[in-house]
Design a protein around this ligand. Structure first.
Ligand code: NAD
Length: 363
């Protein structure tokens, strides 16, 4: 980063918003000057943490966006607020980094891309998991051609009991747009398409299930899979989805997403099957007992071989924010208007449409 210091704001004070705040506080060439969110206590204490005075703290996102004090803004609110905030901020001349999923559906996500285009501003979506060190190491292996032609891939994120905020905005279609496919499956879809080199998706065949949430089971705060007394209508999304995607060039991708299921432990993975090698990147377990693994199998001179690449440190949200700031600093937003994230939204839409239809949906 070079040139004048950028002024940044963050909308949303939850876990995700706080990742963006920490990243802006760490990044060079940018100053965190504004926050917005509904929780008055959190607004005050986060303002103190980041040295932001009362004139930079707003309960209303509209007041922060129109304050005239920002160059860039991160959006970490419930999903259906991403587009209204992003469009308003882009129209006000700000560059925007939105949390995933981009929006509740691709039609709405497209309005964000259009706003970035008409205002010539950067629009990016924070896919922090692709910035993991193991994923970055695997990306280098794939791009070097060591796996040959990748013809099949499997990706998934399955939780033992991890419905976020059972009964909160996360589990209502009106505020979240969908369930685990929208929330965590989209990370794995992003990771898989990124590793595969952005193939187009031709069709989706998917199914969705809701076996836990409607019965008040599987909440991430319950500790056990007992009924937690979910309110009527407070869970109207899926809690498991499975999808089979056909890709340009004949490849296929199997995508599983679940917030709760009777499995031994949480598991997130991408497995690649190539003509010259295979790979698996995986992480999961519990906070107390996490695990992660990167395995790459190939053969050398006819002998089975296991590659063990150097794995850089995880980038996470910090890398997502630094990449976004680099896009802004580059001064040419034409390549950074949310098209990749929009492509993910189109696939997620097709999966939900397929599940609804009970058959294949062409893209
Ligand atoms: N990338 C990741 O790893 C990751 C992890 C968690 C959440 N997320 C995403 O981040 C977003 C937020 O998730 P979270 O878990 O932090 O949610 P949260 O519910 O903890 O926080 C949401 C915040 O939005 C604010 N908000 C809601 N309505 C508002 C309004 N009208 N004006 C101003 N602020 C408003 C709330 O006050 C709150 O501070 C979601 O899109 C979620 O999908 C991403």
């Amino acid at each position: 980063m070079s040139g004048a210091t950028l002024r940044a704001g963050v909308i949303g004070l939850g876990w995700a918003g706080q990742q963006h705040m920490a990243a802006y506080a760490y990044a060079p060439g940018v100053e965190l000057v504004g926050l917005a969110g509904l929780e008055a206590d959190a607004l005050t204490s986060l303002g103190e943490t980041y040295g932001i005075g009362a004139d930079g703290l707003f309960p209303s996102w509209q007041d922060l966006v129109s304050s005239g004090g920002l160059d860039v803004v991160s959006i970490a609110t419930p999903t259906t607020l991403h587009a209204p905030i992003a469009v308003s901020a882009l129209d006000a001349g700000l560059h925007v980094l939105s949390e995933k999923p981009m929006a509740e559906n691709a039609t709405v996500a497209r309005t964000m891309v259009e706003a970035a285009e008409r205002n010539d501003r950067v629009l990016d979506v924070s896919f922090n998991h692709r910035r993991r060190g193991d994923v970055q190491a695997l990306k280098k292996i794939v791009d070097a051609g060591l796996l040959g032609q990748i013809y099949y891939a499997k990706a998934g994120w399955l939780r033992r009991e991890g419905i976020p905020g059972l009964g909160s905005w996360f589990t209502r279609r009106a505020t979240a747009g969908g369930g685990p496919l929208m929330d965590i499956g989209v990370h794995m879809l992003d990771m898989a398409l990124y590793l595969l080199g952005e193939p187009g998706v031709r069709s989706a065949t998917a199914a969705t299930y809701a076996e836990f949430g409607p019965r008040g089971r599987g909440g991430s705060t319950s500790g056990t899979m007992v009924k937690t007394g979910v309110q009527e209508g407070a869970f109207d999304v899926e809690d498991l989805s499975t999808a089979f995607l056909r890709l340009d060039g004949g490849g296929t991708l199997l995508l599983e997403s679940s917030w709760a299921s009777y499995i031994p432990r949480d598991q997130a993975y991408v497995t690649l099957y190539g003509s010259e090698g295979g790979a698996n990147v995986e992480f999961g377990g519990t906070l107390a007992d996490p695990y992660r693994a990167l395995s790459i199998w190939t053969e050398k001179d006819g002998v089975p071989a296991l590659l063990q690449p150097n794995v850089p440190p995880d980038g996470g949200h910090q890398a997502a924010v630094l990449d976004f700031l680099d896009m802004v600093a580059a001064g040419d937003s034409t390549s950074y208007r949310g098209h990749e994230a929009l492509a993910r939204a189109v696939v997620v839409d097709a999966c939900y449409a397929s599940a609804e239809k009970g058959g294949e949906v062409l893209l």
